[in-house]
Write a protein that binds this ligand. Structure first.
Ligand code: SF4
Length: 262
């Protein structure tokens, strides 16, 4: 055996021992490449993957991604029960509560935000922090109570430190939102912020470009406005938000007069 071949073989055996450790199919003495001299790790290196993980030198293998549950369900309660243990994203394992949504299950209007924040994660309810209080006042300004509408988010779990949702989190959680909307079948959807709007409309357009219009969405009419948390930081957007919710109110009044004539 040439020196190069021996070197390659030695490296191969070292990798096998590092990767599989005690689970190696062949006894270690059979992996001896020089008749009697056992394969030993380089000085100072742990031979087995398990030890290297314990020493913080390797990351543990990622668990198999959780499969999408069967969403062939007919009520919101069933859907909530079905996804209550969801761990399809890493943030699922760090949540205090999954924030499913709340409100009238037969609402004509569904509000869709971005993701739970700290207070929402603590209480398991959407829009209960300062931004939620502002949302309640915005609804009151167009003569709507929270109990009349349905409120939920694009993501059901809180992203770490309230960061933006990641693309794989959006992809994992979107079927749950789509199922909620399919069960409620609202006449109107009000997207709060660009994440829910861009995701539902499958658009990269900015919030400024998306707001002020009525977008058809699977039999509903979708309107886009600013997220209340953005209004707390940038009050200058309150005027546009007022215009957006006035548009919603006007269209809703027309809908009511057509569908529930007095
Ligand atoms: S964000 Fe959605 S998909 Fe991801 S773990 Fe939470 S409930 Fe599951």
């Amino acid at each position: 055996m040439s020196g190069d071949e021996e070197s390659d073989l030695r490296r191969f055996f070292e990798q096998q021992i590092e990767l599989y450790g005690d689970e190696l199919a062949l006894p270690k003495e059979k992996l001896n490449w020089r008749g009697g001299e056992a394969a030993t790790p380089a000085p100072g290196r742990s031979p087995y993957l398990g030890e290297r993980i314990r020493e913080g030198l390797e990351s543990p293998p990622r668990p198999e991604p959780q499969a999408m549950p069967d969403l062939n369900l007919s009520t919101l309660e069933e859907l909530q029960g079905r996804i209550s243990g969801c761990l399809r994203c890493a943030i699922g394992g760090r949540r205090r509560n999954l924030v499913f949504g709340e409100g009238n299950p037969a609402a004509d209007i569904v509000l869709v935000g971005e993701a739970p924040g700290f207070h929402e994660d603590q209480q398991g309810l959407p829009f209960v922090g300062e931004a939620g209080q502002l949302l309640t006042r915005i609804l009151a300004s167009i003569q709507l109570k929270r109990s009349e509408v349905y409120i939920c988010n694009l993501l059901k779990c809180r992203p770490d430190n309230n960061r933006d949702p990641l693309p794989d989190e959006v992809a994992n959680c979107l079927p749950y939102l789509e199922k909620q909307l399919a069960l409620i079948q609202p006449a109107f959807i009000l997207c709060l912020g660009r994440f829910s709007a861009q995701t539902l409309l499958q658009s990269q357009a900015s919030l400024t470009q998306l707001r002020g219009k009525v977008h058809p969405w699977r039999g509903s009419r979708l309107i886009v406005t600013y997220h209340p948390a953005a209004l707390l930081r940038f009050p200058k957007f309150k005027h546009e938000t007022w215009q957006d919710v006035q548009l919603l109110r006007r269209l809703y009044d027309e809908f009511l007069s057509e569908n529930c004539p007095r």
